[in-house]
Structures are given as C-alpha cells and as structure tokens.
Design a protein around this ligand. Structure first.
Ligand code: MN
Length: 482
C-alpha cells in the first residue's frame, strides 16, 4: 500500500516528469500549504493537509503538469487561510495563482438563495472551460476525493452531492476522456444514492468474477501465446464492468449473462498496425459476435477515446469483449485530456488548450449553448439536458461524428453543422433513404442534408420538433429578422 506522503507524491510524478525544478516547486507548494493549513482538521478528524495532498495524488495519476499539481496542493489556501492570490503569484507563478483563484471562485457560495447558489456555481464550473480547463480538472479531482471521504457527511448532503456528481462532474469527466475519474466517481455516487442495489450488484459481480475466473485465465493464456508467436509485443489486462455501468443494463431489463462486455480483456500493443493484426488473430481463434465490432481507432469517440472493440465467444462459450489499443491510447483512455497535454509538451499553456478545444466537441457545444442562452438558469438547465447527459452519436456522410441530445431530429443535425445548412435544408437522407424532417435520429445513423440555396428559409413549425435550443433559436431568429 502506497501511503499518501509528499515523498511518494514526488516519486510518482518523477516517473513521468523528472524535471528537478518542477519537483522542487511541488515540494515548496506542499510545505507552504502545510504551514498555512496547520491546526485545521477535516470532518474525518485528520489533518486538513491530507485533502489537498490526496487531490494532488489523483492528478499525478492522470499525468497532470507541475502547475496543476501545485495549484491542487494550494487549492484551498485562499478560501480557508489568509493567503492572497498576489502572494501565490509572488511565491510561485502567475499560472498557479490563476488556477488557485479560479478553483476558489468556483467553490465560493455568495448568492442570495440556495437554488441561485447551486445554479451560479454550476455555471461557473461549466464556464471555467473559457478560462483554463485545468481549473475543471482540479475541481474533478477535488470532488473525487471529497466523495471518497463523504461518509463523514450527513445523509442529505451525501445524496445531494451524489446527484450533482451525476448531473455535472461524471459527464464532464467523460467528455474530457478521463475514464479513471469517471468510473470511480460514478460507482461512489451510485453507492450513496442506492446502497442496497449497489451491494447486490457488487455481490453478483464478485460471483461472476469467481465463476469466470478459469475461463478468463484460459483465454488470456491463449491470447498471450498467439500474439507472442506472431511477434506482436503486447500486454493484457482483464477487467470487469463497473457496478454503475452494470446497473444501467439491469435497469434496461437485462440479466448479467446478457451483458456482452461484462468481462473484457484489454490488449495493449505498441502500434496501430499491430492492433488490427491482433484483432484478426483473435477472430481466427474465437468467433466474433455479429454487430459488436467497433473501430474507434479510425473513428475516435468525441472525447478522443480510441480502441478496437470486439465481443467474441470465449472458452466455454462465455462472451468476452476484447479491447485492443496501443499503449498510448490506453493512457488516453485513463487520463484523457491531461495525457494529451503531457504528450504534446511540458505545460498545458493556453495556446495548446485552444488547439485541443477545437478537437473536443464538448467545448464547442458548451460555448454555442452559452451564446444562445437567455440567462444563467437557462444555460445550466440546457447544458445538463442537452450536453451533459443522454447523447446520441450520428455520422455525416463523410464519416464525421456529430454528438446530439437524445430525441434530436434532422433539423438539430443541420444547425449543428452550420446556420446555412439549417436555413437552406431541402431534403434529408438517413441511412440511404429519404426521411421527413421530424424523424428522430438514432445512434450511428448516417445523415445527409440536401440544401437548396434558393430556399426561402426554415419553417417556423420546425421548432415543434427541434430538440436543441440552438436549432430553435436559429429558426426563430430567421423569422424575426424578416
Ligand atoms: Mn477542496
């Protein structure tokens, strides 16, 4: 068991960032925080410093840069001690001061009513993407540690925080591609919201794990041999689906034996070519389940997740999913956006963030929505409804993936592409057939919009079946301008 001490933190960070000056600054931030928080206790009775240190550990696990780690260690000093932003800037640097200040502003509650404060706070979290995305990343780690230690809170608070985790933080972790945080936060929050179902699924999963153990070992051994004799350097890990993700299937009426990816083997190779080669070899040995082959390498998810997925009939006819990806893609899957920064340079400066924001659809959607919202409440409510939860993924005929809320129609799709496509839409082709404009889109539909530049514009009645506020607003705007 690795104790969460500053020496262990430095050792862990040193493995991916051996820069002595960075490590020195992190130590300095730790000692400064120890001094400033001295005497303060957590609800658990432990010294307060345990909390920022734990947050820094979570961030070290996802390749966060030195400024982010320092800001994590200092994230509560402005709020809870007499330290000012200026002092942090003088002692450390401008970026760290801005990150600590940003984190403080998010958690400050200075609104007149409770509802206002919740909405106001959630808006700040969402809009932190406009400043420095690292503020959100620190907040995610902060929230994860607070949720881990929530046993010391009242039951009401536990439930309230867990709901907020599902509404805001878990979807955000997903959109930023940080699956390690998403998975743990979802299971913890689910446990607080539905303790009985949580423990019953947990127990069922342990049973499955025990019963499938020999099958998994057999297949793992076979794959190791096959890949080795074909000269593919690799490593393999077995994993069982998370409790909350199993719950979603159970809610949809499925039994545990009907979940095709309950048990998965993750195969990590050194390059993309070997991923495809390995999948071919797996299919030679184990029959694939029809329709369950997904190529997220050629078509990455909108959060930039990449992997090949295939479910096969393993030994004893047990369904086993294989996820095949390179070591790099595996790190992206765990750590998301922070690993991209780490890979691309030493620090996640604003220029690099700008570049990455273009790549993640989440940022674009959030900014679009912000620009078309009437007020804060409208923005937060719609962000939750349209961006943070329940999405479908459809394709343009060029193969580009477009993310839309569940219930979206071709009209939403068209405006998501551009104002002009929406305004000049004449016909819609969904999966090679003409369709009416109000047809609800489904996952993996291929959508083509035919435009006619001579058209007069969108019909007002389209607002009846446009799901996104973007499309509705654009249609109304067109008619108001006339
Ligand atoms: Mn905190």
């Amino acid at each position: 068991m690795n104790l969460e001490t500053i020496d262990n933190l430095i050792a862990r960070i040193g493995m991916y960032n051996p820069n002595i000056l960075d490590l020195f600054m992190i130590k300095k931030a730790y000692h400064f925080a120890v001094e400033k928080h001295s005497g303060q206790k957590r609800l658990s009775g432990g010294d307060y410093i345990e909390h920022p240190l734990a947050v820094a550990f979570i961030l070290a696990g996802i390749y966060a840069d030195a400024d982010t780690i320092c800001a994590a260690l200092l994230h509560d000093v402005i709020e809870d001690t007499d330290v000012t932003k200026e002092e942090i800037e003088a002692k450390f640097n401008k970026t760290i001061a801005a990150l600590v200040d940003g984190s403080t502003k998010i958690s400050k509650m200075n609104f007149s009513s409770r509802d206002d404060s919740i909405i106001g706070n959630q808006k700040k979290i969402l809009m932190a993407i406009e400043q420095d995305v690292r503020i959100i990343i620190i907040k995610l780690a902060d929230r994860l540690h607070n949720t881990r230690t929530m046993d010391f809170q009242s039951e009401g608070k536990q439930k309230e925080k867990s709901i907020e985790n599902f509404e805001i933080y878990i979807p955000m972790a997903y959109h930023l591609g940080i699956y390690s945080i998403k998975r743990e936060l979802a299971d913890l929050s689910f446990k607080y919201l539905k303790p009985e179902i949580f423990s019953s699924i947990k127990k069922d999963l342990e049973d499955v794990k025990r019963m499938a153990d020999s099958t998994v070992k057999e297949m793992l051994g076979n794959l190791n041999n096959t890949l080795k004799s074909s000269g593919i350097p690799h490593s393999i890990e077995a994993r069982i689906k998370s409790i909350y993700n199993v719950y979603k299937y159970v809610m949809a009426g499925k039994g545990l034996d009907e979940i095709h990816d309950l048990i998965a083997l993750k195969v990590m190779t050194q390059n993309v070519k070997d991923c495809y080669y390995a999948m071919g070899l797996i299919h030679e040995q184990y029959h694939p389940l029809n329709g369950r082959i997904k190529d997220f390498i050629a078509l990455p998810k909108t959060n930039l997740y990449q992997s090949l997925h295939t479910t096969v009939f393993g030994p004893n006819d047990r369904l086993i999913q294989c996820q095949i990806r390179t070591d790099e893609m595996h790190k992206v899957a765990n750590s998301g956006i922070t690993y991209h920064w780490f890979r691309n340079g030493e620090t996640a400066n604003m220029d690099m963030q700008k570049e990455l924001k273009e790549k993640y659809q989440f940022f674009k959607s959030l900014m679009q929505l912000y620009n078309y919202s009437y007020n804060d409440i409208d923005f937060v409510v719609r962000a939750k409804e349209e961006i943070l939860t329940n999405k479908i993924y459809v394709y343009t005929y060029k193969g580009e993936i477009i993310e839309l809320p569940v219930g979206s129609t071709a009209v939403d799709f068209a405006y998501k592409i551009s104002d002009n496509v929406g305004n000049k839409m004449e016909a819609v082709i969904i999966n090679n057939s003409y369709a009416s404009f109000d047809t609800e889109l489904h996952n993996h539909d291929i959508v083509k919009i035919i435009i006619n530049p001579y058209l007069d514009g969108p019909k007002m009645q389209w607002t009846n079946f446009a799901k996104t506020s973007l499309a509705r607003r654009k249609i109304r705007e067109f008619h108001e301008e006339k």
